[in-house]
Design a binder for this molecule. Structure first.
Ligand code: MG
Length: 379
């Protein structure tokens, strides 16, 4: 008897989509572009007086992946929700299987799959992270710093985050913004846990330059090459000692399995929303454990709803490295959840322990930050 048997089958009565635009504290710049708002769909799965929530992560332009804010809406409305409404669901782990005939679109799938998991957790009164076997009460927090206007600005920004208590700093790099800023940070903080994320902005032709990063004592180099370049990543990893970590390349369990078989990475950044939801993310967690590969939980500038979901995953034992899990104030003046996430004196975030993902959108804030009317899809 599982916790879900007590709940019984989920007959989804309605799915709601609310478009939200949360202003960012400051524009966030990466090799993929610049964002001033975090715009997303808040997906609600409604049944039996319980609502499960999830937040979409596809960006407005197809720069991080081919999915966009608009394509995600189209796929959810036309192809995924009808499959949710068609027959009852008896286990949230089955949702990813039910949606699998639809090719790719992992972010769209995740936005409904994760809402179903949250519904089950709330209906059963069970915290998802605990249900999956996680025991950690808090997760080490890392911070990400976008491409800065100057090296001096970068050092100032990183200094503020280190002073705030972040245990690990990751900076975005791209050709022309790599060795010099990293060297400046390394000289200023010789023992800081320092990572670099290139967001696919290099090619294998840059291998000699990337190998110079080995002198910087980085914890990892994230996604240096293209999303589809698993073979090139394996070649690059053989040429450098810094562990290569994959992000954009891992869009499914199969991607993770093939990357590990090829030796394309030594670390994986897991974002449940990038791999199709919690089910595939948990399968990657099991695979990585079998390979002895460390994991950490990435982020997509999520509001507190998505952050809470990521933290439930980061509660699992395989997530041994600090995630891109920052306090709400890192990105937002006001989060969609209340209270906001804050950094503990230990440089960690407390993992919510309530049912489901442990937080829900604050109704007043949702009204204030929502764009247009709520869209309802019913059986
Ligand atoms: Mg990344």
């Amino acid at each position: 008897m599982t916790a879900w048997d007590r709940v019984g089958p989920l007959r989804v009565e309605a799915v709601s989509l609310t478009e939200v635009a949360l202003p960012l504290v400051a524009p966030f710049v990466t090799a993929h572009g610049r964002e001033s708002h975090r715009r997303f769909w808040l997906v609600g799965v409604h049944a039996g007086g319980v609502t499960g929530w999830a937040e979409s992560v596809a960006q407005e332009e197809p720069l991080y992946s081919e999915e966009t804010h608009a394509t995600l809406h189209d796929v959810v409305v036309r192809h995924l929700v009808p499959r949710l409404l068609r027959e009852p669901i008896t286990d949230p782990a089955d949702v990813a299987v039910r949606l699998s005939p639809i090719r790719h679109h992992p972010m769209a799938k995740a936005s409904v799959e994760m809402a179903v998991w949250d519904w089950y957790g709330r209906a059963a009164g069970v915290s998802l992270g605990a249900h999956w076997g996680g025991t950690r009460p808090e997760a080490p927090a890392g911070v990400v710093v976008g491409i800065s206007a100057s090296v001096a600005d970068l050092v100032d920004t990183v200094g503020a985050h280190v002073a705030a208590g972040y245990r690990r700093v990751k900076i975005k790099i791209q050709p022309g913004w790599d060795l010099e800023p990293l060297q400046a940070l390394r000289s200023t903080w010789p023992s800081l846990a320092l990572w670099a994320d290139a967001n696919s902005s290099y090619t294998l032709g840059d291998a000699a330059r990337l190998a110079q990063l080995d002198r910087m004592n980085l914890g990892l180099l994230e996604q240096p090459l293209g999303p589809d370049d698993l073979v090139d990543h394996a070649t690059l990893q053989r040429r450098m000692t810094t562990p290569v970590c994959l992000d954009e390349s891992i869009r499914s369990l199969q991607d993770a399995r093939q990357a590990l078989q090829l030796g394309a990475c030594r670390v994986i950044n897991v974002k449940p929303a990038r791999v199709g939801g919690f089910g595939p993310a948990l399968a990657i967690h099991a695979l990585a454990r079998d390979h002895g590969v460390p994991l950490w939980c990435g982020g997509m500038l999520e509001s507190g709803v998505g952050r809470a979901a990521n933290l439930q995953l980061a509660r699992q034992e395989g997530f041994t490295l600090p995630g891109d899990l920052s306090a709400s104030a890192r990105y937002f003046h006001e989060d969609l959840v209340d209270p906001p996430f804050v950094l503990t004196p230990r440089g960690t975030l407390a993992i919510p322990t309530g049912p489901g993902i442990g937080v829900a959108p604050h109704p007043d804030r949702l009204r204030r930050f929502q764009v247009g009317a709520v869209e309802w899809l019913r059986r």
